[in-house]
Design a protein around this ligand. Structure first.
Ligand SMILES: *Cc1c(COP(=O)(O)O)cnc(C)c1O
Length: 245
């Protein structure tokens, strides 16, 4: 049986390694913007999240509503304060209420109906929910995300909702091999972000987040202008093939 101390040192070492990889990619790309690290903890336990929190990680990403809520509550019950929770999975309209009540960010908003519900259901005592529009940059049928050509209008509509703050765009570029192909897959999101921001009005101009890049394409995403990478495997290790219920 491994001791909690082993877990702490393993997670701290892997977090430090990912931070170094981010910094190296950032310098290599000559980018001056900061790149945030979102630790994607889906399928991993609250104990693992708490170990990462002890190593200084603040922002965590979850894909499944019930699993995420259970983990948020478990971490709070364990006394962990000040963690920031990002919902990054597909969101159905019958699940928006708990997400609006418990998460700090939703990065996977891909239609107005979801945004409207999140805004209505955000409790008044909490700060506004921070949101990104998820864009389907690869055009694959199975992926969630709004079509690129619909993103500007959706951003403008979201910016007008009272209890949301529009922060930017998110995508899951198609998984490909090799840095050149990865960079080509990542490029459209940053290009779209710059266009929408430049031509937008009001709050759309304040967008500051381009969320893309996972364990396999972190360097390519940063080279193409990601301001946040979402990393699971490289921090926490492999996930079981099927997600926990
Ligand atoms: C699982 C997941 C990640 C992290 O993927 P890794 O390959 O484990 O780094 C990032 N973003 C989303 C939307 C995910 O579902």
């Amino acid at each position: 049986m491994s001791l909690p101390g082993d877990l702490d040192s393993r997670i701290a070492a892997q977090l430090a390694e990912v931070q170094r990889a981010i910094e190296t990619a950032r310098q290599h790309a000559g980018r001056t913007e900061a790149v945030e690290l979102l630790a994607v903890s889906k399928t991993h336990s609250a104990q693992v999240v708490l170990a990462a929190a002890r190593a200084g990680q603040i922002a965590f990403g979850e894909n499944y509503v019930q699993e995420g809520i259970n983990k948020i509550l478990a971490c709070r019950a364990a006394g962990a304060a000040g963690l920031q929770w990002h919902f990054i999975g597909p969101l159905q309209s019958n699940k928006t209420r708990v997400v609006a009540e418990q998460f700090d960010w939703v990065e996977s908003v891909d239609r107005l109906k979801i945004a409207e519900r999140l805004s209505e259901q955000r409790p008044a005592h909490l700060p506004p929910l921070q949101v990104c529009v998820q864009v389907n940059v690869s055009g694959e049928e199975s992926k969630s995300g709004c079509p690129p050509e619909a993103a500007a209008a959706l951003c403008a509509q979201i910016a007008a909702l009272p209890n949301l703050v529009l922060r930017g765009l998110m995508a899951i570029p198609e998984p490909v091999e090799g840095v050149d192909a990865q960079r080509a897959a990542c490029r459209p999101l940053r290009t779209l972000f710059d266009q929408i921001k430049q031509h937008g009005e009001g709050a759309v101009r304040e967008m500051d987040t381009v969320s893309m890049g996972m364990s396999h394409d972190l360097a390519a995403a940063i080279a193409e202008g990601a301001t946040r990478v979402r990393i699971g495997t490289a921090i926490f290790g492999l996930r079981p093939a099927k997600a926990l219920p």
